[in-house]
Design a protein around this ligand. Structure first.
Ligand SMILES: Nc1ncnc2c1ncn2[C@@H]1O[C@H](COP(=O)(O)OP(=O)(O)OP(=O)(O)O)[C@@H](O)[C@H]1O
Ligand SMILES: [Zn+2]
Ligand SMILES: [Zn+2]
Length: 776
């Protein structure tokens, strides 16, 4: 019965603790000299891992310095992760009364140590020791499928008519039910649907069942993540001649069954999405499936409309807004082949599609494609492996490719494709930089809008056009500071200041979740001159209301989008022109395509530039180019106003011109001079512990090991404490290895990883991050 790829329950250790494992191979006999335990239970009737996914997991574990089990787990919906529990059974009635009472309702009870009275627990343990109760470890899927009751015909139409003739005249409900059953023609219907439709209770159905009029059975009901009827069918657009050229290249590769990677570099609004859709349609025509990844936040109603409109019920959507159950159901639809088009965020790259014909990664430069915890994989690397396995093409698309991808295109590792113009040949919007050093001198220093931006907003409101305003919040927070002593309110668990939240009237820590009330007095010196500094979306929203009382403002940030579906709802409202201004954080910079948006304003362009991360300029440039691209996408001209304290900085100057190519050349030079990616590879190792000394000691130990085994060409930066050394009372130390070629490296790191399991028991956690995207 056991097949490769199935999940099984196996006993582990002395207590025979039950653990979920994956079968990754079968063999007859063994040469192990110790005692071998039997597999306790089989979780699946059909394998959940394929030959492809097992090979991919092994590759990933090796490549990303992860444990194989973490790789299997990340590939499957979290609902498939086992839940463990303990069951105790009373064997002998001669026990303590408390124990006896515990079993009064049933001889078998589920035992949860944290919910049970400690004194009772002690007695249970004693009873077990004397063999009076038995303890068993059980395991089940975290989540069961949703089942519903359906009813089915059990008699012929003729028999139903006979039954009806026998009924008493006042048995109206049964009559109605019989009429319904006569017309049912052996279809399955949900019991609750019938009850509602006929206005009857479940008692009536049960009575009918006892008369053998119908049978009831329970079936699995698949939850759907979107309503088909909400989307109108759309047809392929006729491609422009530039789009046609690009498409022909991809199409040829698809015809020849080549495994190629394309970099589609196309300015904002150049019609990249249409090319993705047509390539996906082509894969389907060939009887294959299609996979498309988008950054989480770009899975907007517009994107869903595009894809579901084109491919209908074949589409499965995978994103963080789904419940565990919905995810599981989408996974099943893909696995059984009901869904052959998958659109989703990072982890959708593992969708159990068979026979993939094309893989698309939109906004390929996005850092959200890299997972931040084990396994620290990059979705592009996984997609390449899958494309190789399926002998299909991979399209990486962006207006601002990552330097790594763009450099590979230059070398010919990727096929480089361009779309240099917007659809309809509209110009890219004009971008103006406003020097806030001057603006803040003219007006008082706590105002977020320059005169230029205010005037531009005023004009658009007059013309009934729409406005997008972005507040750049990366590495930035609004905090409370005492004007007398300079005290900044800090989180008690982390080395970071607390952020003010006006809606909940509290101070929150964005790292550990700590929350406290807004202080009236400085906790340090007692002065009441404690003031709020910095800018938050809520403060800007209030300011906008003061400046433009009639403007309808939608605010989009972590607070307003926390509830499920809110993100989509706000964007829908904006799309329906129920608001004039969309004010938000980075989450509004991508993918939005609204024809009436003619002004984009960026309130603070440079907060990220101050960060000690060599990718700060690249991120700033990408973000500003992306958000600028939201303006003037249809027939009306667009304008962009960027407020900054660093107007001379090259990232801003080149974002103003929306000149990616010049930015690439300039930034590559800097990376070359300083020895950063893509010229060097990087690996970050982090050690953390509750005691600062332990973390520091461990990182120096690793440093010494590396020094011994690596060549003199490898550069090790650090060890240093992390920029925020303490998060949630855990201390973090790190080092970074920069290298070009190190034949020993992978062996050394594997050894460090294996040893780390022992360190973990002492509370020291080690992580190895290959090509990290965040250095702070
Ligand atoms: N061949 C075509 N004919 C007519 N309209 C088109 C065509 N291709 C794309 N469009 C339209 O042009 C607009 C911009 O296209 P799209 O959103 O795909 O650009 P994009 O390159 O993905 O932009 P961004 O990078 O800014 O998200 C969309 O409204 C789209 O429907
Ligand atoms: Zn003070
Ligand atoms: Zn904290």
């Amino acid at each position: 019965m056991i097949k490769v790829g199935m999940r099984v329950g196996v006993p582990f250790g002395n207590g025979n603790r039950l653990i979920q494992g994956f079968v990754i191979g079968l063999k007859n006999g063994n040469n192990f000299s110790g005692k071998i335990k039997e597999i306790k239970s089989l979780v699946d009737v059909e394998p959940v891992l394929t030959e492809e996914s097992i090979a991919l997991a092994k590759w990933m574990a090796h490549e990303t310095y992860s444990f194989l089990i973490s790789c299997f787990q990340v590939m499957l919906p979290s609902a498939m992760r086992a839940k463990y529990y303990k069951q105790v059974e009373l064997l002998d009635e001669e026990v303590d009364v408390a124990v006896k009472n515990f079993f009064s309702s049933n001889k078998k009870q589920i035992l949860s140590e944290d919910k049970i009275d400690p004194s009772l627990l002690k007695k249970l343990i004693a009873a077990r020791a004397s063999g009076k109760i038995n303890l068993e470890y059980l395991m089940k899927d975290n989540l069961v499928e949703k089942k519903v009751q359906v009813i089915l015909n059990n008699l012929t139409v003729e028999n139903y008519r006979n039954e009806k003739a026998k009924l008493r005249a006042n048995a109206l409900n049964l009559k109605r039910l019989l009429d319904y059953l006569i017309k049912l023609e052996n279809r399955e219907v949900e019991q609750t649907v019938v009850e509602k439709k006929l206005g009857i209770t479940s008692a009536v159905i049960k009575k009918a069942e006892s008369k053998n009029w119908l049978v009831r059975k329970s079936i699995v009901k698949r939850r759907t993540t979107y309503k088909q009827s909400d989307f109108t069918r759309t047809e392929s657009k006729k491609l422009t001649s530039t789009q046609e050229t690009v498409f022909a290249t991809i199409s040829n590769a698809m015809n020849e069954g080549n495994n190629k990677t394309f970099l589609l570099e196309g300015v904002t609004g150049s019609g990249k999405t249409e090319i993705y859709l047509q390539a996906m349609a082509k894969a389907l025509e060939k009887g294959k499936s299609a996979l498309m990844l988008v950054p989480e936040i770009a899975l907007t109603p517009q994107m869903v409309k595009n894809v579901v409109g084109r491919f209908g019920s074949k589409v499965a959507l995978l994103h963080s807004g789904l419940s565990e159950g919905e995810r599981l159901d989408e996974w099943h639809r893909i696995q059984t082949g009901d869904a052959t088009v998958v659109v989703g965020a990072r982890s959708a790259v593992f969708a159990p599609l068979k026979n993939i014909g094309i893989i698309v990664i939109d906004e390929e430069h996005e850092s959200s494609y890299k997972q931040e915890n084990m396994p620290r994989y990059h979705a592009i690397e996984i997609a390449k492996q899958r494309a190789q396995y399926h002998k299909c093409s991979l399209i990486l698309g962006s207006a601002t490719p990552s330097l790594e991808s763009r450099a590979r295109a230059q070398k010919g590792v990727y096929v480089w494709l361009h779309l240099n113009e917007r659809i309809n040949k509209m110009p890219l919007p004009k971008v103006e930089l406003i020097d806030m050093r001057l603006a803040t001198k003219k007006i008082d220093d706590n105002v977020d809008f320059s005169a230029e931006l205010r005037n531009a907003i005023f004009l658009r409101l007059e013309r009934k056009e729409q406005i997008i305003l972005m507040l750049n919040r990366r590495g930035y927070s609004s905090f409370m500071m005492c004007r007398d002593c300079g005290e900044v309110l800090q989180c008690p668990n982390c080395d970071i200041s607390l952020t003010l939240h006006l809606d909940s009237h509290s101070m929150k820590c964005h790292y550990c979740g700590h929350e406290e009330r807004i202080p009236q007095k400085c906790p340090s010196c007692g002065s009441n001159k404690i003031r709020y500094y910095g800018t938050g979306t809520q403060k800007v929203e209030q300011e906008l209301q003061n400046l433009f009382p009639k403007a309808r403002v939608l605010r989009m940030d972590v607070d307003t989008t926390r509830r499920k579906g809110m993100h989509a709802k706000l964007l829908k409202q904006f799309g329906e022109k129920k608001a004039d201004i969309l004010l938000g954080t980075q989450m509004i910079a991508k993918g939005l395509d609204y024809p009436d948006v003619t002004l984009v304003g960026v309130l603070n362009a440079d907060t990220a530039l101050g960060l000690a991360d060599f990718r700060a300029s690249e991120r700033t440039f990408q973000l500003l180019t992306q958000v600028s691209g939201r303006a003037g996408r249809a027939d009306k001209e667009g304008k962009v106003i960027i407020q900054t304290f660093n107007p001379e900085h090259y990232a801003l100057q080149l974002a103003k011109k929306q000149d990616y190519e010049s930015f690439f050349v300039r930034e590559m030079n800097i990376r070359h001079q300083n020895g950063y990616p893509p010229y060097f590879y990087t690996i970050q190792i982090t050690a953390s512990a509750k005691e600062e000394g332990l973390a520091a000691k461990k990182i120096y130990q690793i440093y010494a090991e590396l020094k011994d085994s690596l060549s003199t060409k490898a550069i090790i930066l650090g060890p240093t404490p992390k920029a925020i050394v303490r998060i949630n009372n855990q201390f973090y130390y790190q080092l970074i290895i920069k290298y070009k070629q190190e034949s020993n490296l992978s062996t050394v790191l594997d050894a460090i990883l294996q040893k780390s399991q022992k360190d973990e028991r002492q509370g020291i956690l080690i992580s190895i991050d290959k090509e990290p995207l965040n250095f702070i």
